[in-house]
Write a protein that binds this ligand. Structure first.
Ligand code: PHE
Length: 337
């Protein structure tokens, strides 16, 4: 090789670089010229044998050639980065891997459905903490000082006057302490009782509370028509509602509310234990003593109701053991999607 041959060599080398289309091609060109047996490497080794008089010029020309080549190589490497290999790793024509959509938990589904139905009737969602005062959970709700529900065997006490709420009813108190009537709230939340877990009990469960208070008369008939509308929206258009007298410390009169069985349409089946009716809610007319506790005019009128979310989920979806709702077995939970 003579000095005159170098421009041609350079042109060939740069053409090879320009022809490289992928990072692998670029690496191949580098090895071809600058690898251990590369032609440019050989050329530089050959400098030894050049006559001393020509060495400076030849050396300079080779250095310039090498610089031009490596510069072109680096530029090309950047230009084709992500080509070739990347195409192999991500083939847009391949079918995707479907990872499946999540679904809502049955307790969430019931809570959202109940909330939606009452929201349509003008109820707004209220909220309260899981840790409550004895006043909000018991005293203000007119629960007698020695009522058995206050017992340590029923309630998780956290201190002399602090507890894990046993019901969502303290949210009634919080709401009335904070607002003047009219009040129309629905409140879903977690509750706690010292119950031993079995097919129908859990120490940790969910309730949905409703409260309606107005300065104008509100009657048991208003409560019944509201709950009848709820029953039909929730369980089906043919559902009937019946009231049975009951006792709650904070309502007077108090009722338990049954829905006609949605499975047998009231004829009697295993789900309703042959009675044709299923117990769904507790409810009643707000006791005037509760109004006094929150500083409301005792001449106010109101009704309240409460229901168990687990119980409704079990009835609506035919869940036979409440524990299925908590084991979080995806095969089971996916069936509600
Ligand atoms: N809090 C009551 C319970 O846990 C249910 C209820 C709520 C009853 C509102 C009447 C009015 O049993």
């Amino acid at each position: 090789m003579t000095l005159q041959d170098i421009p041609q060599f350079q042109a060939d080398a740069l053409a090879a670089v320009a022809a490289a289309k992928t990072p692998d091609d670029v690496e191949g060109v580098r090895i071809k010229f600058l690898g251990r047996n590369g032609s440019l490497t050989a050329l530089m080794k050959g400098l030894r044998d050049v006559p001393p008089a020509d060495k400076p010029a030849f050396g300079q020309a080779l250095n310039a050639l090498r610089a031009a080549f490596t510069e072109a190589l680096e530029a090309r490497k950047e230009a084709v980065a992500g080509e070739g290999a990347a195409h192999e790793a991500f083939d847009f024509s391949m079918p995707g891997n479907w990872r499946g959509a999540g679904s809502l938990h049955p307790l969430t589904l019931v809570t959202e459905e109940v909330t939606r139905i009452f929201a349509q009737m003008g109820f707004t969602v209220a909220d309260g903490p899981d840790i409550e005062t004895e006043f909000n959970n018991f005293d203000a709700l007119n629960t007698a000082k020695h009522h058995p529900s206050r017992d340590e065997r029923d309630t998780f006490w956290l201190g002399p006057e602090l507890l894990l709420r046993t019901q969502t009813s303290p949210v009634q108190i919080r709401t009335m302490l904070a607002r003047k009537p009219p009040v129309r709230i629905i409140n879903p939340g977690r509750c706690y009782r010292r119950d031993t877990t079995d097919a129908t009990h859990s120490a940790n469960f969910h309730q949905i509370e409703g409260l309606f208070v107005d300065v104008k008369p509100v009657s048991l008939a208003d409560l019944k028509s509201t709950l009848a509308h709820f029953a039909r929206e929730m369980m089906g258009p043919q559902i009937q509602v019946r009231f049975r007298p009951h006792f709650f410390p904070f309502t007077e009169p108090s009722v338990e509310v049954d829905f006609s069985c949605h499975v047998c349409k009231g004829k009697g089946c295993a789900v309703c234990k042959q009675s044709g009716w299923i117990e769904i809610l507790g409810a009643g007319i707000v006791d005037t003593r509760v109004f006094r506790h929150v500083g409301y005019d005792p001449e106010c009128y109101g009704y309240a109701f409460g229901m168990g979310v687990e119980r409704i989920a079990m009835i609506k979806y035919g869940v036979t053991d409440l524990r299925h709702l908590y084991t979080n077995d995806l095969r089971y939970l996916r069936s509600f999607a």
